[in-house]
Design a protein around this ligand. Structure first.
Ligand code: FE2
Ligand code: FE2
Length: 139
């Protein structure tokens, strides 16, 4: 099942892992809509997912950046840049005026984008700060 939480996603920072799990939950909801494919109108569900994603993203990125600032993480700028990219991508989807007419396309775009976020940002960039925090004896 796509967007199932796996041990290998863990950074061993409880609060961060909890927040990343929330991202998986949003992904799971998007995936469920995509696999049903019964031609049913999913407009409201898609808007709810986009809203959740915007809210989650804002909260999570701010939390991470505050934490990394506090512990003087030297690659904080690349974190911030990548975060801005994801916010930009979500904003782009959220501001589309053709969501209703392209529901399936939009949901597949969200899934694609979340998979990329998990595999490149969480698994690589976030993992790097987790290694740093561990080396510093912070976690
Ligand atoms: Fe993260
Ligand atoms: Fe991050």
């Amino acid at each position: 099942m796509a967007f199932e939480w796996k041990e290998r996603y863990k950074l061993n920072i409880d609060e961060i892992d909890k927040q990343h799990r929330r991202l998986m939950d949003i992904g799971k909801k998007a995936y469920e809509i995509a696999v049903i494919d019964d031609g049913y109108d999913r407009y409201d569900e898609i808007l709810t997912i986009i809203d959740e994603l915007l809210e989650y993203t804002k909260y999570h990125f701010e939390y991470e950046e505050e934490m990394l600032k506090k512990y003087d993480y030297k690659h904080i700028h690349s974190q911030e840049e990548e975060h801005s990219f994801y916010v930009y991508k979500i904003d782009q989807v959220a501001s589309r005026e053709d969501i209703d007419d392209n529901q399936r396309k939009v949901i597949l775009e969200i899934i694609d984008f979340l998979s990329q976020w998990i595999s490149t940002h969480i698994m690589i960039s976030d993992r790097e700060y987790a290694v740093y925090l561990k080396e510093q004896g912070i976690i």
